[in-house]
Design a protein around this ligand. Structure first.
Ligand code: NAD
Ligand code: MG
Length: 299
């Protein structure tokens, strides 16, 4: 059976150990500085009208998984609002360009989602410019793996990780809910860390476990309104987050410990998000977590 071009390219991008050259960036990281530059499906993703006319917000949509989701959603017929940090303007503009090339509207929303007011502004701007909202993808996330144990963990770090990964997700969801109708959906981004936590990501892993719990519970709360709530739990994926928050040498084996023996590319996540967002294909799918982990268990 012929292997998919995306998987083939993903394999070619990794070294013999399944990882990448040692490299380091500072947060939030930039796509162009990555070696190799990740594959977001620019040359491969083919849409088939699964999200025709829908309106989506993708937080962290400038780069990595968020960029792959934005490109796929646009090619499936959706207009997309991108939320990101102001210093990621260049990445955001590149993603917006792909959305426009797909014939869809891109709306840019720079701002720090650790502020509740920014989260409200993102939703307000979406409704103003696109006339409503159908899909909220809570994808933005922060982690830090360059310090040692809990004794060295500053409150500033804990605030940053919990506010970005959990508070912002709840603020955005709270602001979005009044605009979501029957068939709308929320997709949260969890992690393999919720199931198989690394000691160096103590706080991050806890936020991802909380996101799973929140996903299932919110699905129960809003189910009677016809709104679906799901999560995607990625394994190791080649995005700016990794070289921007971990030690340079750890990139050499990044992803090598998965059953498939390599890291995934952002493009390999797109199908899971499109499925969950599709009111037709996933009409009875809610309160679940879809793993895209290269074979690591998500239970
Ligand atoms: P990424 O760096 O491309 O995306 C993360 C994005 O979060 C950034 O682009 C940034 O725009 C956004 N962000 C962070 N702090 C923010 C803030 N204060 N205000 C506004 N935006 C902010 O990396 P990615 O790996 O694509 O990350 C996307 C999601 O995937 C995250 O939730 C991450 O935890 C999750 N995830 C990633 C991996 C992986 O291996 N890359 C694995 C599991 C889960
Ligand atoms: Mg980014």
């Amino acid at each position: 059976m012929p292997e998919s071009p995306v998987a083939q390219q993903a394999e070619q991008m990794t070294n013999d150990a399944g990882g990448f050259p040692a490299q380091r960036q500072e947060p939030p990281g930039s796509t162009k500085q990555m070696d190799p530059v990740p594959d977001h499906g620019e040359d491969t993703y083919e849409g088939s009208g699964k999200l025709e006319g829908l309106r989506a917000v993708v937080t962290g949509g400038d780069s990595g998984i968020g960029r792959a989701v934005a490109i796929a959603f646009a090619r499936e017929g959706a207009d997309v609002v991108l939320s990101y940090l102001p210093e990621e303007q260049e990445d955001a503009e590149d993603t917006a360009e792909w959305i426009r090339k797909a014939g869809r509207t891109a709306v840019l929303c720079p701002g720090d989602i650790m502020q509740e007011s920014t989260c409200q502004e993102i939703i307000d701007k979406t409704v103003q410019e696109l006339g409503g909202l159908d899909i909220l993808v809570n994808n933005a996330g922060a982690q830090w793996a360059r310090d040692s144990g809990l004794e060295d963990m500053s409150t500033e770090r804990m605030d940053r990780i919990f506010k970005t990964n959990l508070y912002a997700l709840m603020w955005l969801t709270k602001a979005a809910l009044p605009h979501l109708g029957k068939g709308a959906s929320i997709i949260n981004v969890s992690s393999i860390q919720a199931y198989d936590p690394s000691p160096s990501l103590l706080d991050y892993a806890a936020t991802k476990a909380a996101i799973n719990n929140f996903t299932v519970n919110l699905a129960a709360q809003v189910g009677e309104r016809g709104i679906r709530v799901n999560a995607v739990a990625p394994g190791p994926i080649w995005t700016p987050l990794q070289p921007a928050t971990k030690e340079a040498e750890s990139m050499e084996k990044f992803g090598a410990d998965t059953p498939l023996g390599r890291a995934g590319q952002p493009a390999e996540l797109a199908g899971a998000f499109v499925f969950l967002a599709s009111p037709k294909d996933a009409s009875y799918v809610s309160g679940t977590v879809v793993g895209v982990t290269g074979g690591k268990p998500v239970f």
